[in-house]
Design a binder for this molecule. Sequence first.
Ligand SMILES: *Cc1c(COP(=O)(O)O)cnc(C)c1O
Length: 354
Amino acid sequence: MKKHNFSAGPCILPQEVLLKASEAVQDFNGMGLSLIEISHRSKEFVEVMEKARALALELLDLKDKGYVALFLQGGASMEFIRVAYNLLETKAGYLNTGTWSNNAIKEAKLFGEVVEVASSKNEGYNHIPKMFGVPNDLDYLHITSNNTIYGTQMKTFPKVNIPLVCDMSSDIFSRKIDFSQFDLIYAGAQKNMGPAGTELVVVKEDILGKVSRKIPSILDYKVQIEKESMYNTPAVFPIYTTMLTLQWLKDLGGVSVIEELNNKKAQLLYSEIDLNPMFNGYAKKEDRSTMNATFTLADEKLKDTFDAMWKEAGVSGISGHRSIGGYRASMYNALSLDSVGVLVDVMSEMERKG
Ligand SMILES: *Cc1c(COP(=O)(O)O)cnc(C)c1O
């Protein structure tokens, strides 16, 4: 039986995507060859790459607005480095909302001065700082839209006159926002798009080419754009699978349709967390993520009982990140409302048993 997969990443993908991807590994489009044994320069794969890039821009409503979509390698963590390499001349601002922002800051410091415009570190990253100033002399401001580990999500974004860079790894394509307020968006595929092995970068071309340092080709966004995301051999299987997921999302009706479902799932789980005295939410209510819900047991002694119950119900992947413990239920796009219902039933069963 297929489990109810609440894994934070790599995460659940639509069943039909898994099926099509596995078929392509056997025989890609009736070519008599596997997707993973053909040239990435073949007409067949170039079509896949172009379709994936086009779908990404289309779903974000960024077509014909000066943006380019790339599928690169190294994960979101590589983009911590590429962003600074390509954009940081002297000084950049970073909003510190969790472990991933913190890692991005650490890498950026290798390239120039980093101004931490605000941080929620002292409160265990349980909220998003809201009141902070952003100096005008920064090369860019970097934010993290969804904090996968702590379960917080930005609902509004700072209005700035400098390029705005956003790590959207764990909530890209999950909700409708005006994506044109960002100049660069990046996201590791394995949270809401596909298997690990590639990351999406969507960049407004006119912010590039402004730093004085020399940039190695593979790290240079301009080179990657010129080579149409094929400077070297791309991650063919992750990109193909991501393309299938984006096509699945488009066929469903796009980001605004999935947002409605994501809101329903989050509402169902958070209302259980709030009404059930056996559980406490971790993130401050106004900043709660629709993707990753973090919570703890009011009585830690019941851990073994609860763990046995959700496992018995076919739930998988809700143990919290090793850095904060507790529980984290990730509800990415492909997770059904029914799966959330199963988890909520287990939680209310806990309450009935006392
Ligand atoms: C998972 C995650 C990362 C790191 O992604 P990798 O692809 O493993 O490098 C970065 N940022 C956020 C918000 C994440 O959730």
